[in-house]
Design a protein around this ligand. Structure first.
Ligand code: ADP
Ligand code: MG
Length: 267
């Protein structure tokens, strides 16, 4: 069994110094599904990018360990090689690079076998309802939002990491695609012990992908954690209602962006 542990993680935006993550704590074991919910701008995507080592964010403190090994300070490809995967909220287009080439590079970079890659890719594509023509184009090039999310899930299935962070994998998906994607992820948790952090706004994803734990991120901190009933409570109260119930309103101010020195040129 593996454990991904985030402790006291603090991070700022490199471009403007805004303080976004203010001490995030999370612990996920193999086979568990954790849902992370939170209002817009609360730092959910910042957390997923920081875990993967994006240069757009600067870590100010805390730790991120996978089976006790510190990941902070490692380049992204080494975090991936240790078993971390992020499905991005806004996947990037890679013109001229087909998915098979992209996956071959990812597996080779991690020192893993590419034997049977074509067969595995074809089998997973069929299981996820990804048509062949999408595999012949550049990764994500001229894909709809929903197609991109199916393709992210296909990458996840072939790469088979230990932990996957799914940043709004449900946004842009129609009902059928939502069911296909969540069933595939759910099967990976059962069959291969994949641990999942599913960032979402919608309880609908959580009816398919049944979470063991639900966390609420506000103002860059996990302000509440509980079982699936927490997601139901949120549907009723909204984030403001929950913050009022918890008495954490003052602590959840959004990230303060330093004043723009060029905003008022004074002449
Ligand atoms: P969420 O995913 O919870 O909606 P984000 O993590 O994307 O929130 O953003 C948190 C805050 O940080 C927002 O105010 C957002 O505008 C800001 N932010 C995030 N990334 C950047 C960036 N690269 N440059 C400038 N501001 C950013
Ligand atoms: Mg986001």
């Amino acid at each position: 069994m593996s454990t991904l542990k985030v402790a006291g993680l603090r991070a700022t935006i490199a471009a403007n110094g805004a303080d976004v993550l203010r001490g995030v704590d999370l612990e996920i074991n193999s086979g568990e599904v954790h849902a992370l919910m939170g209002p817009n701008g609360s730092g959910k995507s910042t957390l997923s990018h920081t875990l993967m080592g994006s240069a757009e964010y600067e870590v100010q403190g805390g730790s991120v360990t996978l089976d006790g090994e510190e990941l902070l300070g490692l380049p992204t490809y080494q975090r991936a090689a240790r078993g971390l995967f992020v499905a991005m909220q806004y996947p990037v287009e890679i013109p001229g690079v087909r998915l098979a080439d992209f996956l071959e590079a990812a597996l080779t970079g991690a020192g893993r076998s590419t034997d049977d890659l074509d067969a595995r890719l074809a089998a997973e594509a069929e299981r996820l309802g990804v048509a062949d023509r999408f595999l012949r184009r550049g990764v994500n090039v001229e894909f709809s939002g929903g197609e991109q999310k199916r393709l992210e899930t296909l990458q996840l299935a072939v790469l088979a990491p230990k932990f996957a962070i799914l940043d709004e994998i449900d946004s842009g998906l129609d009902v059928d695609a939502l069911r296909d994607v969540s069933r595939r992820v759910e099967a990976m948790t059962q069959e291969r012990g994949l641990g999942v952090l599913a960032i979402t706004h919608y309880a609908r994803l959580l009816t398919e992908l049944r979470p063991d734990r639900v966390h609420v991120l506000m103002g860059g901190r996990v302000v509440a954690s509980g079982g699936p009933e927490l997601a139901e409570q949120l549907e009723r109260t909204g984030y403001e209602g929950l913050a009022a119930e918890l008495g954490v309103e003052e602590t959840i101010a959004p990230a303060s962006v330093p004043d723009d020195p060029f905003a008022d040129p004074g002449f």
